[in-house]
Design a protein around this ligand. Structure first.
Ligand code: MG
Length: 390
């Protein structure tokens, strides 16, 4: 029997690589449903190739167009449409490759519906880690991580006891500005920031890699995914991005996962878990690599990483505020309205004001978490708009 899947965010970087994986294992998977944001131009080819029965697009006017074009397909629109795909398509597995807060509700919905869940959407855990993991536990569902670092840890944990783990070590390439000092970051441009040395990814996550916010988010994700104290999660700079992360055990043994920078490997592992199947990925030839280097991570150089640890430790709705502020700041940087270092300044300030206003809630529900994200997003946008006017 084939596993039928819902793919959320099919046109993004992870989404299109997931389609590659589905293409490679046609005998194992069928695409029951998929969603696309604004890049509707990929829809025709996905339908022609995979024959799904359900589709969600962002805009209702696009939905009307595709309903007329494909009367045999159920077409939904908007955020609600993402939930419809999960509850109506009857699929076995949800692959959440959405970016942003928009991914949180579908994750909750997938778990509530008792689906298998392969998760690439970081915000689900950064914002809603407690709600999501409590629900997964209650439903007895194992969340299969897609992010390369968490996949590496997930793989390195196989066959071992969690109680015997000493710590998790998450590697960081350092992003596009890893060889620059903070002083040299004052006037960097958007195109410089977008030139990631190792991975080809979406714009938002490439900027998040340069500020190390992405690593901060990954620390929070690891805390929830692997139920590990923040004191036992470390980050280390590893410019080659060959070691995707490690687990250190009590006896001093470290188990790592190594590979090329190809996201199809972790995607495949999440989908086929616990099986491993041959693929066409370029294999790692160690003599070509020669040597691997590691450097101490610095909170002074990357203050957003420190901020993420702090927000993660306090928990509640702070992850959501952190995410909303960062999302707005990165957007404004990409629009060239603020500088690279302003991203940090605005995110830090927003969290400060959030706390000062008494908005922090330890036991935040889903609504409050989404509100906190939106509040922080608006706060940064408004603040910059005011400054631009003066
Ligand atoms: Mg990652």
């Amino acid at each position: 029997m084939k596993t039928s899947v819902v793919l959320l965010g099919a046109s993004g970087s992870i989404g299109s690589q997931t389609l590659d994986v589905l293409r490679q294992y046609r005998d194992r998977f069928e695409l029951a449903a998929f969603s696309v944001g604004r890049r509707t131009e990929i829809i025709d080819s996905v339908i022609a190739e995979f024959h799904p029965g359900f589709l969600t697009v962002k805009e209702e006017k696009d939905a009307e167009f595709f309903r007329r074009k494909y009367p045999e397909i159920r077409v939904y629109s908007g955020d609600e449409g993402l939930l419809e795909l999960i509850s109506q398509s009857g699929a076995d597995m949800v692959i959440n490759a959405l970016t942003g807060y928009i991914g949180l509700r579908p994750t909750v919905c997938a778990l509530e519906c008792g689906k298998m869940l392969a998760l690439a959407n970081k915000e689900s855990l950064v914002m809603g880690g407690k709600i999501v993991t409590d629900l997964a536990k209650k439903k007895g569902i194992l969340i299969r991580p897609i992010d390369s670092e968490h996949s590496a840890i997930f793989q390195a944990l196989q066959g071992n006891k969690k109680e015997q783990v000493e710590k998790l070590i998450i590697t960081a390439s350092g992003g596009s500005f890893r060889n620059r000092t903070r002083k040299e970051l004052e006037n960097v441009t958007v195109s410089e920031a977008l030139a990631h040395p190792n991975w080809s990814m979406g714009k938002k996550i490439t900027i998040d890699s340069a500020t190390m916010m992405n690593k901060g988010f990954e620390v929070i994700e690891a805390h929830w995914l692997f139920d590990m104290d923040y004191d036992r999660i470390e980050t280390v700079l590893h410019p080659e991005s060959i070691v995707h992360s490690l687990v250190e055990y009590k006896d001093g043994a470290m188990i790592a996962e190594l590979g090329t920078a190809d996201m199809r490997v972790p995607i495949q592992y999440a989908l086929l878990y616990p099986e491993r199947m041959p693929n066409t990925t370029k294999k790692l030839h160690l003599p070509d690599i020669g040597s691997l280097t590691f450097r101490e991570m610095s909170f002074e150089r990357y203050p957003l990483l420190k901020l993420a640890y702090d927000a993660g430790r306090q928990g509640g709705n702070l992850g959501a505020a952190l995410n909303g502020a960062n999302e707005a700041a990165v957007k404004l940087f990409l629009e060239e309205k603020i500088s690279f270092l302003d991203i940090e300044r605005y995110v830090e300030e927003t969290l400060e004001v959030f706390r000062k206003n008494g908005m922090y809630r330890k036991d935040a529900d889903l609504e409050n978490i989404l509100e906190s994200d939106h509040w922080a997003y608006r706060y940064v946008k408004e603040k910059v708009k005011c400054l631009c006017r003066h």
